[in-house]
Design a protein around this ligand. Structure first.
Ligand code: HEC
Length: 195
């Protein structure tokens, strides 16, 4: 990271802002962005699940491995035009390219604490609008629960052919050993206001 101190500073600015009242128009913008981000997170998860189910039925688990690797399937281009980015991240990564930034890292820890305290991972979300060197950015995070259908590739007892395929593609894989109900990671959405 080029400017670790700057990032930390920005994070504290955001935390300060989150605790203070905002002007009416900023509130409206947040409300608008929040509903957009919620819609996207739902769409993203639904599409990924639908694609996984289809691939599992048609090609079996080995063929489906590449599906979970698809980044924002089918919606990536549209989002780019709208200054929106969608990514998935986790504390235990399969693909290091999905690594969390500082904000995401803190939210992942927060979600995990909430889960341990009894919250349902399906309902965990967090958002903030803050200002950085490029302007205003709205950030939204939603936890991704581990379902039973995820365990064949993220659980404890992987079939030997799946284990071998994952091992060859992701030698540093940390995304195994999950149980149903765990938090597998989160969807992270940024909506940037064009300057
Ligand atoms: C058929 C195998 C398979 C199934 C089933 C599967 N995944 Fe994955 N998952 C993968 C692979 C492979 C990757 C690495 C993707 C990449 O290269 O970006 C991955 C990556 C992820 C990531 C990104 C973070 C990381 O570790 O890199 C999340 C989040 C995730 N999976 C959640 C799920 C959830 C939730 C389910 C169930 C609804 C699921 N997966 C089902 C194979 C699978």
């Amino acid at each position: 990271m080029k400017h670790p101190h700057l990032k930390l500073l920005l994070l504290s600015v955001f935390l300060l802002q989150a605790g203070q009242g905002q002007s009416a128009s900023a509130d409206e913008q947040v409300t608008h962005n929040l509903s957009e981000a919620r819609k996207l997170a739902r769409e993203f998860n639904a599409r990924l699940r639908a694609k996984l189910h289809l691939a599992l039925a048609e090609e079996g688990p080995l063929g489906a491995i590449k599906i979970c690797a698809t980044h924002a399937p089918g919606i990536a281009e549209r989002l780019q035009e709208q200054h929106i980015t969608v990514k998935r991240t986790s504390e235990r990564l399969r693909n290091a390219e999905n690594a969390p930034d500082i904000w995401e890292q803190r939210i992942l820890e927060f979600f995990e604490q909430e889960r341990v305290a009894g919250a349902d991972p399906a309902n965990l979300e967090h958002y903030a609008q803050f200002i950085d060197e490029q302007g205003t950015v709205f950030r939204y995070a939603r936890a991704i629960p581990t379902g039973a259908e995820c365990l064949m590739c993220h659980g404890d007892n992987l079939a030997p052919d799946i284990a071998a395929e994952l091992e060859s593609r992701y030698p540093e894989d940390k995304a195994k050993g999950y149980k149903a109900g765990d938090i597998r990671g989160m969807v992270s959405i940024s909506i940037r206001e064009p300057n």
